[in-house]
Design a protein around this ligand. Structure first.
Ligand SMILES: [Zn+2]
Length: 493
């Protein structure tokens, strides 16, 4: 049957401790696509949009796609830019166009300067225009802080099931198959949402190993029940000072299976709660990391030090030189670090030119009290435009930009300096600037878990290092004011 759906993406994970507002230009750095450019640009990519569009083509459905926008995690979005986003997404509905369904590709932990629950506000606005009978479905990042407003205004929502996230395309396709069923069978869907007072669980959702795998198997078993359409576990995003923080479970099921679905939701959330002590709260210090680099396991492959407390994928500034400082002080040889976000340093390196030595006060500008700048004299090795195409597994085929980029060398360490914060998920962060990461003895990089998909195969060992920053797991060190209390792990619950 010919259907017509409205499809839009607005994707942002907001760290409310980051003082720099996220603006349109930050979306442009990843993508902010309107109209035909949505389908043209995201064709053949591992994205929800591509999954939805290919399913729609197979079903013979028409898709109107006014916007697909995604930015790297960072501070809350500027209010004016958010109004523009809503205007673009809602315009077809406001113009009176009729749709059989609305499909939104969302993160779930987006905060706007004017609203702590951006996705809830958007879903409510869509619902107000469609009326109660049009299905509104959404895909979410596994790290969504889901609100009641989101649940009440969506027909179904489905979170990623991989971390590192590699199932974006699959989620888009799978949600489309459920939507097709809901439309064809005219199903009445109910959402069952449960949350417990906690900030993190199941080792932050990591699916390489650990308790998340067992939780997802449990969700699979629940989905095998004919009354359950979708069982989602959202691990939440702890670096957000909002009322709707933390892990949650959402079961979207057939209304006649109310009791079954409600019971599943309670059981699954209880199982999530039980995993809280497997969430790692203490991580290696820079001293531990250096000790491992100097005296630990040896081998041909690099030791990878993940500098996660300043991870831009957690919305941090991505400019902390704390771990790099420790690596330099230890005199590590054949090492590399990526990246320190510092456009001023890149400009100074460019002015000096390749081969020249330049004095830099590198990074540390976002949160200088905990991650002060690093004064170095560095030799400029290479200057690039910072662009590359990801070669996967995450975001294979997607164009990524680090902004103007400089590679400098201090003693035995090559340092990639970007103009924007860069979460290191793809090997092209190094290859695109002429560094073969596999040839290094030690690598420092800004990431918590996403790096694993690309980097674990080439590492002799991986170490997560908390060198300070606004994405630290020392949650008690962050100035929370709006989250509900008591909450684990800050309080006894
Ligand atoms: Zn995530």
């Amino acid at each position: 049957m010919n259907r017509h759906i409205l499809l839009a993406e607005i994707m942002h994970e907001s760290n409310t401790f980051n003082r720099i507002p996220t603006v349109r230009a930050d979306f442009d750095a990843r993508y902010y696509l309107t109209g035909d450019a949505v389908a043209d640009t995201l064709r053949d990519t591992n994205t929800e949009i591509c999954g939805v569009l290919e399913a729609a083509r197979d079903y013979g459905w028409k898709v109107t796609h006014p916007l697909a926008a995604s930015a790297s995690p960072s501070g809350p979005m500027a209010g004016k830019d958010w109004e523009d986003v809503k205007q673009i997404i809602l315009a077809p509905l406001r113009a009176g166009e009729k749709f059989d369904a609305v499909f939104l590709v969302l993160h779930g932990s987006m905060v706007v300067q004017t609203c702590d629950d951006a996705e809830g506000q958007l879903l409510a606005a869509v619902r107000a225009l469609t009326g109660p009978d049009v299905p509104i479905v959404a895909t979410l990042d596994m790290h969504a802080n889901v609100s009641v407003q989101m649940v009440e205004n969506a027909t179904m929502m489905m979170a990623y099931r991989t971390y590192p996230h590699v199932d974006q395309y699959i989620r888009g396709q799978h949600m489309m198959s459920l939507l097709k069923r809901v439309l064809n069978e005219n199903l009445r869907v109910e959402n069952h949402f449960v949350r417990k007072p906690m900030m993190d669980a199941a080792n932050h959702g990591q699916t390489g190993e650990g308790p998340m795998l067992g939780l997802l198997e449990m969700a699979d078993r629940m989905e095998a029940h004919p009354d359950v359409l979708c069982a989602s576990i959202q691990i939440g995003f702890p670096w957000s000072d909002v009322a709707d923080i933390g892990p949650s479970v959402l079961i979207s099921g057939i209304a006649s299976g109310h009791d079954t679905c409600r019971k599943c939701a309670a059981e699954l959330m209880e199982a999530v709660w039980e995993t809280r002590h497997t969430t790692q709260l203490d991580f290696a210090t820079p001293d531990d990391a250096i000790s491992e680099a100097l005296n630990g396991k040896t081998g041909d492959k690099p030791l990878i030090l993940a500098d996660f407390a300043d991870n831009p994928a957690g919305g941090a500034y991505g400019d902390s030189p704390n771990l790099l400082r420790a690596m330099l002080e230890a005199g590590l040889e054949n090492a590399a670090y990526a990246t320190i976000s510092d456009p001023v340093a890149v400009a100074l390196a460019a002015d000096a030119g390749v081969g020249q030595t330049v004095a830099l006060n590198l990074g540390g500008h976002g949160a200088p009290s905990i991650t002060p700048p690093l004064a170095i004299n560095a030799q400029v090795i290479r200057l690039t435009d910072g662009g590359f195409i990801c070669d996967g597994p995450m975001w294979e085929g997607v164009h990524f930009s680090m902004g103007k980029t400089a590679v400098v060398r201090v003693a035995g360490i090559e340092i990639v300096i970007s103009s924007v914060p860069v979460a290191v998920m793809d090997k092209q962060v190094f290859f695109s600037v002429g560094i073969d990461p596999a040839s290094k003895t030690t690598i420092g990089l800004k990431s918590r878990n996403h790096f694993r998909a690309a980097y674990e195969p080439l590492a002799r060992q991986v170490m997560l290092v908390d060198a300070g920053g606004i994405a630290s797991m020392k949650l008690a060190s962050l100035p929370f004011q709006k989250i509900p209390r008591p909450i684990w792990p800050l309080d006894a619950v």
